[in-house]
Design a protein around this ligand. Sequence first.
Ligand code: CA
Ligand code: CA
Ligand code: CA
Ligand code: CA
Length: 679
Amino acid sequence: MRRCYHVLMAAVTVLALAAPALRPATAYHKPEEVAAVLHGYAAKYPQLAKVQSLGKGSGGSDIWLLRLAGQPQGGLDPDARPGVFMSANIEGIHLIGTEAALSFAERLLSGYGKDKALTALLDRTTVYLAPLLNPDTTRLAFASPLWERWTNAHAFDNDLDAQIDEDGPDDLNKDGLITQMRVKDPEGKYIPDPKEPRLMRLADSKKGEKGIYALYPEGLDNDGDGEYNEDPAGGIEVNRNFPHDFEYDTAAAGLYPTSEAETTALLKFLTERGNIALVLNFSTENTILNQQQTGQAKMASDKVKVPKMFAGFLGLDPDTEYSIKEIVDILKGMRIGGGMEITEDVVAMFLGLGPAVVIDRMDQLLLDEIQKTYKDALKEAKLEYPEKRAKGVGKGSFAAFCYYQYGVPVFSQDLWAVPEPKKEPAKDALTPDKLKAMSSDEFAALAEEKIDSFLKEQGAPPNFNAAMLLKMVKSGQVTPPKMAEMMEKMPKRPGWDGEEHPEAYLLNWSDATLKRKGFVAWTPFKHPTLGDVEIGGFIPFLKINPPAADMEKPVQVGVDFFLKLMAKLPALSVKETKVEALGQDLYRLTVYFTNNGWFPTSTAQGRRAQTAWPITIRLKTAPGQSLFSGRPIESIPFLEGSGGTKKLEWTVRGPKGSGITVSAWSPRLGAAEAKLVLN
Ligand SMILES: [Ca+2]
Ligand SMILES: [Ca+2]
Ligand SMILES: [Ca+2]
Ligand SMILES: [Ca+2]
């Protein structure tokens, strides 16, 4: 009876998971919906898709993985074929990344057997797809109140007071959002931005500015220690918890690399899979556009001794300590490096100081090529992506680990960013030049808003407004050219420097396209301990995910691009074979191995880190045959992309007409084989 119950429950569970999730087609998937979609795929495409759990996240949620592989006749075991790891949302907040990964799966599954290229791709390659690497952080992106939390669910004592998670934010004004509080405070460091008073910025004492406000996240001092929201629930940012260039001095990175459940689950899977040749990732980083790496190499001290072998060559004293900057200058003066730009990072790497933080030159050429293709793809799709907002590889990030330590090419797309406003002012906008040429009647006919936005743009003091100017012009007190002259001499609004607040574009975008809903207007609130405060600020996730209705196009462009990259994987094959009879049952065998893929068979960094395998070549002699010269097992370190070829030769003694097999294999490349006949 009990057994029946279990079977029944299992059936119910499968049905529940396979059923289409009840949600609007344009909404983001919640973690349980992501799980349901993956299980649904496995149920719908049992020949192609298989679900497994990578392990549990910090809050106990399963981290699901979908393995996608075609099963062609005579095809290799999916786990022995070249693999692509498609990952998304390791930060837990990048909901659009999860959608893109799901869309990637959908494209492959629905295209298999119909689309020739997609079918070939899935017959040759295995895709390991993890659309939600940090489900327990993502859960919060759907919770109320909405709070933009990048840390995972690991209960963590952020302020080292021996109490855990005792003071998080509170939704004081009950609007369902955690925003900010600004409080008038003589010790406050912030002032409203002169150009856009809704935005706050640090007062610049060099300009004689004095702070007026203190800023806090919205909330109470729950534990009464005088600090506000200093130890919220959870603690570690998973995408800073990987071993490469780990930040030991940053609490949010974790106590040590891989301290987090999400990190260990992922690394365990990757290191157990020898066949993963490429990582395609969706995160808030865009490593295709921004190739900046984890940052400056950390030196043990400011000054270093130059190892003897280099010192002699550079004409330096091996016993003297030099700063990296001095060495850079010396190298630059010597004009060595073959055109390579000599930076502190390059020197640090050259001297073996700190971890590698520079892309290898050989790999750089490939990355540049891919960046170019990517920019073309964005342009072709007319996707306006503000390139300067692209975030590079972070310290201790997953992408950094993949390239520097795992030794495979890795690409991360953020898919979307808040669009940049067009810089040129509207054609009919008022400018100082227009004003100088204007008659009083023309000025009097202008709309008040147009004059006000002009005044704002010019940094006019707050008491200078359109109504007042119109009155002055109409009464003949002043002419427009006179006014233009006055404005040039007039002191600007306090703190005005013409510079736009770095978040002004966000506010403009929210005002223009979200009907001002991206920013909560500052509203007075009686705070129990701070007194009179105002609550307001940007809504959570504003910068990270587009409104769900806008995600389709960037997702499609991102998925298309990654499908193209996947098709560029190295492809090992035997190009040509030759058998020459040398007499007396002696034959010379010549075999050319080639890589028909676009990527080389390994990255230069992978070879440097010794996590890239060479290609193993085996000559399998049949009974009656013997090897006269050459070795039965050879190794090719790597093959360049786009037809890189290497020749190997053997001399074999054996009966005429007998067959012999040569095979090539490498974990990330799969196998290739040729059968030769001694003739
Ligand atoms: Ca604490
Ligand atoms: Ca905490
Ligand atoms: Ca609130
Ligand atoms: Ca507190």
